[in-house]
Design a protein around this ligand. Sequence first.
Ligand code: ADP
Length: 556
Amino acid sequence: MLYFLNEASDALFSSLTLEDELIFDKISDLIVPQLADWFAIEILDKDTQKLNLLTVAHNDPARLKIGLEFRERYPYDTMGDSGVAAVLKNGTPVLYEELTDELLKSGAKDEEHFRMLKALNFLSVIIAPLKSRNNTFGIITFVSSRESGKLYNQEDLNLIGNFANKVAIVIDNSRLYKTAQAEVAKSKRIETEILRLLEETKFKEEWLDGLIRTTPGIVWETKLNRADNSQKMTFVSKYAEEMLGYTREQLLSVDFWWSIIHPEDMKNVAANTEETLRKGAGHNQYRMIAKDGRVVWTEARSQILYDEEGNARGIRGVTFDITRMKELENRKDEFIGIASHELKTPITSAKLIVQILNKYATDLPEDHQYFIKKLDDQLDKLTLLINSMLDVNRLHEAGIPFYDEPFDLNQLVRELCDDLKIVNRNRIAIDGKIDGKLTADRERVSQVISNLLTNAIKYSEKGAPIRIVLGSSPDGVSISVKDEGVGIQEQYRDKIFERFFRVPDPQIKFTSGLGLGLNIAHQIVAHYKGKIWAESKPGKGSVFHVSLPPNLLQKA
Ligand code: ADP
């Protein structure tokens, strides 16, 4: 017996992973019929508590068939206290030296069971456990038939017990190996996935890098110190070197960015940063000093970055070089300045001539008089346009003088409304009044209100109502002009105060204008440190508000 068992274990150990499917045939050939007539290795399914055959052999195929059918019909009791169940439970092999009729009867469930057991013609049985790490996971059975007459003894029990231990080691190893292989396959899959993601991230990074590199502006990011709202540059794109001449290292060093802002724009930048922090995003124009001393006009667009708790942690933005645009703008201003100035002289003389003509007009036929009047009106309009162009330039360069004196704003508004009411048949209502006198340039304030009123008329249906509301309080003076006209879309509500900006609305395409009035009004109001803004519902109308600080008001 020892010889065959050793041969069988050698065969087993030669295939540690049990990959070779023929291995069990080899073992079975060594065992059957030399050591047993029925030999089986069975593995316990933990979930169903059923034993599944790993291999089975019998020297007589017909008997094998019966045995398998029997096994199918009467599965082993794996839960009880005797036989297979005892081996599984205790982990020790058992020997039935001789299966007597009494023994069969005691194990049989019924008469039929007994008959079939008997028909198998079994004589002697050894059942040994398959154990690994204190866990019995299957059994090995050696059965001899009555034909062979082989009776197993205690010595066989020990040998088969040892053999079972070796089989268990190999099966256990093979399982571990398979699990390990599955793990390896799994980590291989994970590794491939990681590599793929890395590749993808690398591609994205390169793509982003390329995008930032080719952006004709400085892409930057700062870290915000919330204690004092100070910022530290954490990133600047390479373009900064081209645009400003400094190295990226310089630009990233503490406070460097701040140090190259044009001194006159520092205040503006500080105020704008605060506003950006409040609003979540912002844009600003300011000057910077390049390494070679050039003044670079920049336009920055920025956005606040938030941490998980929603607190501002930094700012990210792009800064463009708009020096060329500013130069063109200056040249345009210069041209407008010169052109309007040059136009003023011939218009003044034309106006003078018309006045002389007017003097003698009483002697002229009526239609001639009408033409002279028309000419005079047109010259007035032209003068107004030229004055606007001159004003806007001079105001922009702070070259316009303001002659401040106390005056009655209520009266000024009444006069303006009366003049306009005669020319345009709009109903203009005045609500509220100012207590006290306003100390400012009457002519300039008149320009502001007159512009708001003419716009209200221009951008409304003929005859539509217009309301002007005046008020004074410790907070200052407020003037608002409300119309029921075309209104202004949200995206243009701030832009209308820019020079030459007109809303690109086909509805108002044919309304004359240069897009200067509101800019002049804005500059005049800003001169007095006041505010001007618009509220509007497109299609429903607009309200323009002006607020002036209380120091301009002298109580009556
Ligand atoms: P202008 O009227 O000469 O075009 P303004 O500077 O006075 O220039 O106004 C700028 C633009 O703002 C106008 O072209 C118009 O599109 C818009 N706007 C001004 N006032 C009103 C208003 N009351 N209702 C609707 N749109 C207005």
